[in-house]
Ligand binder design. Structure first.
Ligand code: HGY
Ligand code: MN
Ligand code: MN
Length: 405
């Protein structure tokens, strides 16, 4: 069995970001394509039969004969993603994929003969860092996003995902809900690095996911009057950057006043973005999360109203567009119970991070395992998992899969 650490070690130089630190591996970038090739090679080395489906999802099947006829139980599927946020950590996504490959090694070493098909999957664009919609691959698979809407999603350079997919051998006209693929899945289990402090505080190496709080992302475009920084008197300005600054503070204040809410503006883009230029427009993106979906909607409403007021005060206008929203999801109770039985002592843990398992949960029994991250930091180069916990996670996943197989 190749250890998870050595599997991760073999990709540790792929997509390093010298400017931001950490890794930048946007979907269909050279880095992510290299990671797809790495996955294919590692899967084939294990005798798995690898296919790419029409939505760009990779499936590595253990037992080719049975995977078409997944039979009564449906296939047992495990996996995660390989794309990253800009400047992300080494574990968010790849830990789940590498642990799944190592778990296959363990099952084979134990002489396990699967009584049902088993597949390791890789979902594209889980982070939504390039085309703006989180969990795009699993949303396409389940029909949670309209295929036309998806095809027209553009990256910051104006490239559509249809163009990027076509350049990588996919036919975007085939994007969309895939009932055959969904029908084949009996259970889905995703292992993922924990992205908060939960397991530090619980002093445990692994947890069974219980739920994912609802989350969404909105784009706010604040338009004003572009102008010269030196010749435009302060009274003569309609400066969207000033309005944007007010909005960022208002977002923080509103979320901080709402228990359990989390709101973030991590991306702001002045147009044209010159040092000696008053911006004509400022785009900013809001990531908003709350366990209660109605509260999330009310928070968006309130922030939109405050943004329009702040914009008007500066002689600007504000337009809000929704990019992607997922309601709060609880994982399958029976699957959680099976995971708890397979991993005695593993606590249940809710999370504030979105995952493909959260999208699939509306269609197939889904569950997650989280592995301790001693920094409690994620979406940052400081994200980390100790070697022992990495190995513990792979063994726990193998035990869970063996029980479910
Ligand atoms: O944003 C999230 O919650 C996940 O890491 N994609
Ligand atoms: Mn992430
Ligand atoms: Mn992730």
């Amino acid at each position: 069995m190749e250890s998870v650490s050595s599997l991760l070690g073999s990709i540790e130089d792929v997509g390093r970001d010298a400017v931001r630190g950490g890794y930048s591996r946007p979907v269909f970038s050279t880095a992510e394509l290299d990671l797809r090739s790495w996955f294919r090679e590692e899967a084939q080395r294990r005798g798995l039969d690898v296919e790419t489906d029409r939505n760009g999802i990779l499936w590595a099947w253990w037992d080719t004969e049975t995977h078409d006829d997944a039979g009564r139980q449906g296939a047992l599927v495990t996996g995660s993603h390989l794309d990253s946020v800009p400047g992300g950590g080494a574990f968010d996504g790849p830990l789940g994929v590498a642990s799944a490959l190592a778990a296959v090694d363990l099952l084979k070493k134990r002489g396990v003969q699967p009584q049902r098909a088993l597949a390791v999957t890789v979902f594209p664009e889980e982070e939504g860092s390039r085309f703006g919609v989180a969990c795009l691959g699993s949303r396409l698979l389940t029909g949670a996003i309209d295929a036309d809407t998806a095809r027209n999603l553009k990256d910051p350079d104006g490239v559509t995902i249809a163009e990027a997919a076509r350049a990588n051998g996919l036919n975007p006209e085939h994007f969309g809900r895939d009932d055959d693929a969904l029908r084949r899945i009996g259970d889905f289990v995703e292992l993922h690095v924990e992205q908060g402090r939960g397991l530090i505080d619980l002093d445990a190496p692994i947890a069974v996911g219980t739920s994912i709080i609802g989350h969404g992302r909105w784009k706010l475009a604040i338009s004003g009057q572009g102008n010269h920084a030196g010749t435009t008197l302060m009274d003569d300005r309609a400066d969207p950057m000033v309005a944007a600054a007010q909005v960022v503070l208002a977002i923080r204040k509103t979320a901080a006043a709402t228990p359990e809410a989390r709101a973030t503006v991590g991306r702001i883009q002045p147009i044209p973005g010159g040092t000696n230029v008053i911006a004509s427009r400022v785009d900013l993106w809001i990531d908003l999360r709350h366990p209660n979906d109605a509260t999330t909607a009310a928070l968006v409403e309130s922030i939109h109203g405050q943004a329009q007021k702040a914009a008007a005060f500066e002689g600007c206008t504000a337009a809000l567009t929704r990019e992607s929203v997922s309601g709060t999801v609880s994982f399958d109770g029976e699957l959680q119970r099976q995971l708890q039985l397979a991993i005695p002592g593993a606590p249940g843990l809710p999370t504030g991070a979105g995952h493909d398992a959260g999208i699939l949960a509306a269609h197939v029994p889904s569950a997650m395992l989280y592995v301790r991250n001693p920094t409690g930091i994620s979406h940052s180069p400081e994200e980390y998992v100790e070697g022992d916990d990495v190995d513990f996670g792979a063994v726990a996943l193998a035990d869970a899969l063996e029980r479910l197989l």
